[in-house]
Design a protein around this ligand. Sequence first.
Ligand SMILES: O=P(O)(O)O[C@H]1O[C@H](CO)[C@@H](O)[C@H]1O
Ligand SMILES: O=c1cc[nH]c(=O)[nH]1
Length: 237
Amino acid sequence: MSTHIGAEPGQIAPVVLFPGDPLRAKWIAEQFLEDVECYSEVRGMYGYTGTWQGTPISVQGSGIGQPSLAIYVNELFRDYDVRSIIRVGSCGALNEKVAVRDIVIASGACTDSAMNRITFEGLDYAPVADFGLLRAAADAAPTVSDQPVHVGLIYSCDSFYASRPELMMRMVEYGVLAVEMEASALYTLAAKHGRRALAVCTVSDHVVTGEETSAQERQETFDAMVEIALKAAVSAG
Ligand SMILES: O=P(O)(O)O[C@H]1O[C@H](CO)[C@@H](O)[C@H]1O
Ligand SMILES: O=c1cc[nH]c(=O)[nH]1
């Protein structure tokens, strides 16, 4: 067992779907996987392993924010030899071309986090998705749903309630599509460990217009994102 995950070696599949919300992990396991076992309830950050169309898949909650996510990513790669992690998250749209309920596949993730600054000192590292997973997800998207899909940059922000929202809008001037709180650390740690990572997010609200989805809509639209992630995981091998 690792420090924060209560699984024995071998209980976690090589591919992990990785929502922020541990109850979304439970929902994904119940809705999409067969022969499911719960391998961890430590801190209520549920982890499950099952199969999807015959392929072993795990789903693990990451918690909110990069420090929390980084704990689980490090332990999944280091202690459980996980090969690929696909974040399935919610995000806020940042420009008028992206609408609520659209899907955003993050080719790269900007951040205001100090985590990379400490690692890279004065250098700016560019955290990017694994290209094989990215291509597989983009190819899978139209086969799953007719929800619009955007591939591009997102912004992993440390603050949900930003004290300086004008800085978030500066990201928009440079083509950033959406804001969430985890992908940048996920991509950086995957690079460090020589593993693969991707973030597929559903737009749950619009930061500019204030439009929001209802809880029921969130549940229904999250379906497509999960299916895209599962298809990408299987087809990218
Ligand atoms: O829905 P999840 O995956 O948690 O993702 C988004 O939702 C949380 C904020 O409400 C942050 O974790 C953000 O990244
Ligand atoms: O606006 C949003 C929506 C989801 N997640 C975020 O971090 N921000």
